[in-house]
Design a binder for this molecule. Structure first.
Ligand SMILES: NC(=O)c1ccc[n+]([C@@H]2O[C@H](COP(=O)([O-])OP(=O)(O)OC[C@H]3O[C@@H](n4cnc5c(N)ncnc54)[C@H](OP(=O)(O)O)[C@@H]3O)[C@@H](O)[C@H]2O)c1
Length: 445
């Protein structure tokens, strides 16, 4: 048990340690990000007085040795050896939750601070790890875990501390943005995905990106930093971009829109949060539409200051490593050495989604009465049709057309679509996507 007295002693000791530079840094995981972190620390001689690389830990470490780190660096595959040396900071760039969770707990418990790039670990355990750091007078920082090199966490924590935030909307997954901003009415998703894999923007198995789980983990962290509320990533409603077809690009452009994977979280007060990750139709003139390629873009809306946006490289060794090193530099500065991560994150509750407009895309085996049947079912659930679009030139047995509907309750639309999907004229399961109006801070979600 930790008593109040022993807590303050540990904190005082830790602050003293932070004053003793250089901070001794151990890197766990010498892969894409870990190597880039080491490279920056070694190359940037201006950091030599504040940061000293002491350990590099990796499995089968002999494969990993490089000749450009100082001779004094200890290369090891034993985590016990790292922890026994009592480094000031552990940089965790291994990834995943298995193993890393225990290592980070141990490091924090012995008073070391932790800098991690690991969104999965933090999305699952942030409240507990932040509290643990607070109890032991250390810090856990995770700037690199969201939007790679874009300083969104500290941007919110420090840059926007004077505002009361209400909503965060972001393009948090570079792979999806690369795919969606390259897809056209003729360039297919599979061709663009292959290109993304060739360029190193997409993994061999891109499921976590495409199905929204990667972005959901990042959104959990943004919700925590913005609202001090913790949602489990598994409760964030996610929708895959898998079913977006060339025809959706065509109809989106007819509607003056384009498709982006957006991650949205909005505070409704009292710990209730609306959240969503998935493909959304956004106006072509909005900053989200103009954000192309693998770049990330995050807009944060505050009650007093309006909208602020952050953009840049959301992944890659060097961009991500700059976020890690920025966290390390922050640890060397007394004023940023807060006792806690601005207080505990309390559990958040998922609130029902807002009324939203939707894009409904049907592919049907053409016959008379289809449109009447669809609009009748929608009307039965109180849903008003806004527009109907049908482009010429498609085969009659796979005829795509689109119905857009006015803002409605998600549950009403789900019920109506259940009824519509039972009809026998479908050549494909209909696709439903939210359709956002306005642009940027006025973007109605
Ligand atoms: N890459 C990016 O652009 C990026 C961007 C933002 C955040 N991140 C996050 O940064 C973290 C690292 O990503 P990364 O791309 O650098 O991954 P990576 O290239 O696969 O590097 C991970 C390193 O950890 C080692 N490792 C894995 N499991 C281990 C274990 N059980 N014991 C010891 N060593 C182990 C790996 O060794 P082996 O060589 O044996 O596999 C590898 O050297 C992840 O949390 C990721 O989500 C990455």
């Amino acid at each position: 048990m930790t008593t109040k007295g022993s807590q303050s002693t540990t904190k005082a000791k830790s602050k003293q340690t932070a004053g003793q530079l250089p901070l001794r840094v151990a890197i766990l995981g010498f892969g894409t990000v870990g190597q880039s972190v080491a490279r920056i620390i070694v190359e940037r001689t201006d950091l030599a007085e504040s940061l000293q690389l002491t350990h590099i830990f990796n499995r089968n470490v002999s494969r990993k040795r490089v000749d450009w780190t100082p001779e004094s660096v200890v290369w090891t595959e034993k985590i016990e050896e790292v922890l026994a040396a009592s480094p000031d900071v552990i940089v965790e760039t291994v990834g995943g939750v298995k193993g890393t969770y225990e290592w980070v707990q141990q490091a924090l418990s012995q008073g070391a601070s932790v800098v991690t790039a690991n969104k999965l670990l933090m999305a699952a355990h942030a409240p507990e790890l932040i509290s643990l750091a607070s109890v032991h007078g250390s810090q856990i920082r995770f700037e690199a875990a969201v939007a790679g090199g874009v300083p969104i966490i500290d941007g919110i924590r420090f840059g926007l501390a004077g505002d009361q935030l209400s909503r965060v909307v972001g393009i948090l997954n570079g792979t999806c943005n690369f795919i969606l901003s390259r897809m056209t009415s003729t360039e297919s998703m599979s061709a663009v995905l292959e290109e993304a894999q060739r360029l190193g923007y997409a993994e061999a198995d891109p499921s976590s990106d495409i199905d929204g789980h990667d972005a959901a983990a990042k959104l959990v962290l943004l919700a925590g930093v913005s609202f001090r509320r913790h949602l489990k990533a598994s409760v964030v409603p996610t929708m895959s971009i898998r079913r977006i077809d060339n025809v959706d690009c065509l109809y989106a452009s007819r509607l003056g829109r384009t498709i982006r994977q957006l991650s949205i979280v909005e505070s409704m007060g009292n710990g209730h949060l609306q959240a969503f990750v998935g493909p959304v139709l956004v106006p072509q003139e909005s900053s989200f539409a103009l954000n192309k390629g693998a770049q990330n873009f995050v807009m944060v809306v505050g009650r007093y200051g309006g909208a602020k946006s952050f953009s840049g490289e959301g992944a890659g060794g060097n961009p991500t490593a700059t976020a890690v090193v920025s966290d390390l530099v922050a640890l060397t500065k007394e004023e940023r050495n807060a006792d806690t991560f601005d207080g505990a994150w309390l559990p958040g509750t998922l609130a029902p989604p807002p009324l939203r407009s939707y894009y409904l895309r049907f592919v049907v085996n053409d016959q008379s009465g289809i449109l009447a049947s669809i609009t009748t079912s929608l009307a039965r659930y109180g849903i008003n049709v806004d527009a109907v679009l049908q482009e010429p030139g498609f085969p009659k047995d796979r005829l795509p057309f689109v119905v857009t509907v006015e803002p409605c309750e998600d549950t009403a639309l789900e019920e109506a679509m259940r009824v519509i999907e039972r009809e026998d004229f479908h050549a494909e399961v209909p696709l439903v996507m939210p359709l956002l109006h306005g642009s940027n801070d006025a973007l109605a979600v």
